[in-house]
Design a protein around this ligand. Structure first.
Ligand code: NAD
Length: 369
């Protein structure tokens, strides 16, 4: 992997530190046994950072994040900090990180391990072996567009305004991420918008098609309206390989896709920035779940979403696809062997703690390596 890559771990609050401890063990194993070269450091973010320094995203963490090649993030927030001013809330730390690192592409895989297919609300045959990648635009669209606000009209009634706005450059850079991913997977992209009723959707469709025709002619591109995509995701999810869509539609569709696979405790994610001249993309990797205050500190949390996020870091920031597969294979084997944390417990399986799940993954890694 060349010179050591800098990885910053931000465990955060609640179950964050517990699940990240298991990630740290897998990283240490990779460095010891697989020759991975990381300089690992840890920093403060979220509620614990606020308690320690007065800021949910202290300057030292900002600097460390900017100086790192990848950030592994646990989770932030909890009832203790719920009444703080918006600017001091733990979640500001996460938004600050995404903004500071200019991470515009959010990758949310929806993978259904065969051993967990029974836990889905959909029929087993519809989801078993499912492997979809949703690429959501993260820094543009209606959540950021101007004008925005709530105004009072002359007749005393009020009007709320948000604006869906996308530029060519914003569309092309996120579509390029989707096409590049598809090239390493099933070579199929569904681009999702509402071109039937929105001009920004027309532009989205045209620009994605143009980019495909210029640079990605090996990729099969389909355009789909967002309402139809939502329906198809629950009707026949395996028709999808990579989905690329706007911030708003991605927010909704990625949660629909998440439910296909069972539990929050199994879902990883990545947020990627623009490639540097050598093609390297900086990224933030984090489980989809939050800090789960109800089970924090009890050794009950499922560490697999965080371990799968670590695998995404290996694959997407460091081009270590084989090492990522090793982690994923180990997890698949542990699940097939019947071990379950409480959130994914099924009849006849063995219920284990966070730590024991981490032990089991390391044991399978040893066997596979
Ligand atoms: P949550 O994801 O923390 O928890 C929802 C439910 O899922 C809880 O019952 C929890 O016990 C369970 N759960 C979540 N992750 C689990 C895991 N790994 N293993 C086993 N069970 C798990 O969502 P919430 O309860 O809505 O939010 C709790 C706090 O987390 C809030 O302060 C919220 O703002 C914050 N939050 C943070 C992030 C983040 O840091 N990215 C994301 C979502 C919510």
């Amino acid at each position: 992997m060349g010179a050591n890559r800098k990885v910053l771990i931000l465990p955060g609050d609640g179950i964050g530190p517990e699940v990240m401890r298991q990630v740290r063990r897998a990283m240490d194993w990779g460095m010891r046994k697989r020759g991975l070269g990381f300089d690992v450091s840890e920093g403060l973010v979220g509620g614990i950072a606020y308690d320690t320094t007065g800021s949910p995203f202290p300057e030292a963490t900002q600097e460390a994040a900017l100086a790192s090649d990848a950030v592994l993030f646990g989770a932030v927030g909890g009832p203790k900090w719920d009444n703080l001013d918006f600017a001091l809330k733990p979640e500001r730390g996460l938004l600050g990180l995404r903004k500071g690192l200019e991470l515009f592409a959010n990758l949310r895989p929806a993978i259904c391990f065969p051993a967990l297919a029974g836990a889905s609300t959909l029929k087993t045959e519809l989801v078993s072996g499912l492997d979809i990648m949703i690429v959501r635009e993260l820094t543009g669209g209606i959540y950021f567009g101007e004008p925005r606000g709530i105004e009072t009209l002359p007749d005393g009634s009020r009007r709320g305004v948000n604006t869906e706005v996308y530029t060519t450059a914003e569309i092309r850079r996120v579509a390029a991420v989707a096409f590049e991913l598809a090239r390493k997977r099933g070579k199929r992209v569904h681009s999702v918008e509402k071109a039937n009723v929105m001009e920004s959707g027309v532009l989205w469709r045209e620009e994605v098609q143009k980019l495909r025709d210029e640079r990605f002619t090996d990729i099969e591109l389909h355009h789909m309206y967002a309402d139809n995509a939502a329906m198809q995701l629950v009707r026949q999810p395996k028709q999808f390989d990579v989905i690329v869509t706007t911030n708003l539609f991605g927010d909704i569709l990625s949660d629909v896709a998440a439910m296909l696979t069972g539990s929050l405790g199994m879902l990883p994610s990545a947020s990627l920035g623009a490639p540097d001249p050598s093609g390297f993309r900086r990224g933030l990797y984090e489980p989809v779940h939050g800090s789960a205050p109800d089970i924090a500190g009890k050794d009950l949390a499922n560490p697999l979403a965080s371990l799968l996020s670590y695998a995404m870091m290996l694959r997407y920031s460091f081009d270590q696809g084989a090492e990522a597969e090793l982690i994923e294979k180990a997890i698949e084997r542990v699940l097939a062997g019947g071990m379950r944390t409480a959130d994914i417990m099924q009849p006849g399986m063995a219920r284990v703690s966070t730590r024991v799940m981490g032990d089991a993954v390391l044991r399978e890694l040893e066997k596979l390596a």
